[in-house]
Design a protein around this ligand. Sequence first.
Ligand code: NAD
Length: 331
Amino acid sequence: MKILITGGCGFIGTNLIDLLLRSGEHELVILDNLSTGNIRYVLDVLKSNGWCRLSDLNFIKGDIRNSSTVKEACKGVNAVVHLAAHAGVTPSVEDPFFDANVNVMGTLNLLNASRNVGVQKFIFASSNAPLGNQSPPMNESKAPGPLSPYGASKLSGEGYCSAFFGSYGLQTVVLRFSNAYGPLSLHKNSVVSKFIKDGLSLGRLTIYGDGTQTRDFIHAEDLARAITGILGSDSDEIYGETFHLGTGTETKIIDLANIMRELLGNGVEIVFEPERAGEIKRNYSDITKARRMLGFNPEVEIKEGTTRVFDWFMKQSREKVINAVAVSGSE
Ligand SMILES: NC(=O)c1ccc[n+]([C@@H]2O[C@H](COP(=O)([O-])OP(=O)(O)OC[C@H]3O[C@@H](n4cnc5c(N)ncnc54)[C@H](O)[C@@H]3O)[C@@H](O)[C@H]2O)c1
């Protein structure tokens, strides 16, 4: 199968490439403008899978907003995994027009090129953000009510996936990821990555509020497994559908901070700052539908997963970790 991965140099993209290369069955094309992703991640993943050069892979440095680039990238492709995005709530609040250009027009470009060249499957990375402030668990039957431009642009992408399935028969699948964590995330501002960077550089972990707020932390490897499962699936029932992917369990931020402090060493302190406006108190996903229809079964539990991420960070140079600037937001 020839698979186009947009945003393949980002956090989830490189974790996915790692898993796909291990299977050794697919031809991969990566489209990324390197705005937040890093070609080094891809090189590391290639090396760990016994590949030597970037030219072993079909890498296109380009922008999903450019329709001719996208058309070219889609040629001869059987499946698209669309991960490229202006990711994160805060950057979208700062610049909603840019967010919409990338997440709405970029997604529309890809869907249109996919239908024109006869792509069979189209997997779209969405988030819980389209749902907004709801009482958890988040599931597919709740009516969306995004609170951020990011939530609105992801909801629009979901809408276009549904429309391209309905109007043109493109076999789309929408995946709403909960809070993802994992290796290859030096550039991310999401909490696991931030705790490790802050612990190493500042010696403290900052919690906004009292730490009883909850999130559903899913390891990138579990997301990658779900995506490869869909790529290999021959079930027709999953097309035009939306699925929540998480672990189905809530973790309090204070519990996560304590796990991270244990990994970082006891000298690291936890400090509390006032709660941030607009932050949702509890958030976790109901994954019943994904379990039933996709056979999704998250395997990495939080202690093992955070230990693996921490080990990955420790393999990077300390200087690189301390100086890492977060360029990709937290969802
Ligand atoms: N990480 C999470 O917790 C999480 C949660 C929910 C949803 N998601 C979604 O999953 C996807 C991947 O997220 P991630 O965490 O890997 O983010 P990331 O920022 O690490 O990766 C995004 C990639 O897209 C590329 N990109 C951005 N704009 C582009 C453009 N205009 N043209 C081409 N490439 C472009 C970036 O360079 C980067 O490599 C995104 O769609 C995101 O919205 C992520």
